[in-house]
Design a protein around this ligand. Structure first.
Ligand code: DEZ
Ligand code: MG
Length: 302
């Protein structure tokens, strides 16, 4: 059973219970470019009370450095080491877990942020924002050739410029080489944008999943890889840690699987019918608040 927080006393009690606050970004801090009311005051209040703050986003379209610049512009204190995105986690997974040989490449369905994180880990890649792959021209196998050595992995993330050429090339690599890894940065079905909902990274990788009848290894929330990346850089006591998110099947499940507390906000993709009534999800958050910004009353008492 979740505890719904609606009063200043409830907000203060929650904050006193935890030392480390892990924040999802899309749908919690902002929707697209629109920062949610009260967020900046809440984050600054937590900082002023010596709380540890981490940002844990499945959005693979941007790198940690981009997010750092976004926080700077918003006046939100954040260091690159406090930011964990599925692009970074995917690069670490490829370099440290799969240990793909440095002369082999990754084929990217994704955007500049994902390419930046791969490059920072010393991983060679093709595709991504390469103009040759960002074309609406029909894809032809007569001009296609496999590179040597073969593509070692196909990595699929949120790609707002998705097209038939990228999907077709990824399919060739995965069909041609049985050792080619099929990876997804994350599999969020939808993306909480400004003014509405858009297809998420999961909707992009679904094309390959369906064509191949094969599931990718997904690296982002709710999977533990992201928490492993966080643990490699930050000590935290799970009993004094809370994950704040807008999606039950990624953020809340990530927190519960990781042994930390969870707070669901209703400013992202989760609707009231997802948490109450006959179709309620079996993933039950510890706490629920309408908006993280509601806690700003603690920073601005009446
Ligand atoms: O489709 C996606 O990639 C996700 O919807 C989006 O990026 C979620 O980001 P988060 O809510 O984890 O910050
Ligand atoms: Mg979110």
């Amino acid at each position: 059973m979740s505890t719904r927080l609606t009063t200043s006393e409830g907000y203060a009690e929650l904050i006193a219970k935890y030392d480390t606050f892990m924040f999802d970004c899309d749908g919690v801090l902002w929707r697209g470019t629109d920062v949610i009311d009260g967020i900046i005051d809440v984050l600054n209040y937590l900082r002023s009370h010596n709380k540890s703050i981490l940002f844990v986003t499945n959005n693979a379209s941007s790198s940690r450095r981009y997010y750092k610049s976004k926080f700077d512009k918003l006046g939100i204190q954040a260091s690159v080491d406090e930011i964990f995105g599925s692009a970074y986690a995917s690069a670490v997974y490829i370099s440290s877990v799969l240990k793909i040989p440095k002369d082999q490449k990754v084929y990217v369905i994704g955007m500049e942020g994902l390419e930046q994180e791969l490059a920072e880990e010393g991983i060679q890649y093709e595709g991504g924002t390469d103009p040759a792959d960002n074309t609406l021209a029909p894809f032809s196998l007569t001009t296609f050739t496999h590179p040597t050595p073969p593509i070692a992995a196909v990595l699929c993330g949120l790609d707002v410029a998705i097209n038939y050429t990228k999907i077709s090339k990824a399919l060739q690599y995965l069909l041609h080489n049985p050792d080619c890894h099929f990876l997804a940065t994350n599999e969020d079905s939808t993306y909480p944008a400004s003014g509405g909902i858009l297809p998420g990274a999961g909707a992009i990788s679904a094309t390959l999943r369906y064509a191949l009848k094969r599931d990718p290894v997904s690296i982002g929330k709710p999977n533990s890889t992201m928490l492993d990346c966080i643990r490699a850089k930050h000590d935290f006591d799970p009993a004094r840690t809370i994950m704040i998110g807008d999606r039950l099947d990624t953020d809340i499940l990530f927190g519960k699987s990781g042994g930390v507390s969870t707070l669901l906000v209703m400013t992202g993709v989760t609707k009231e019918s997802d948490i109450t009534g006959p179709n309620a999800s079996p993933v039950v958050p510890g706490y629920i608040v309408q908006s993280l910004g509601d806690l700003a009353v603690l920073a601005n008492p009446a």
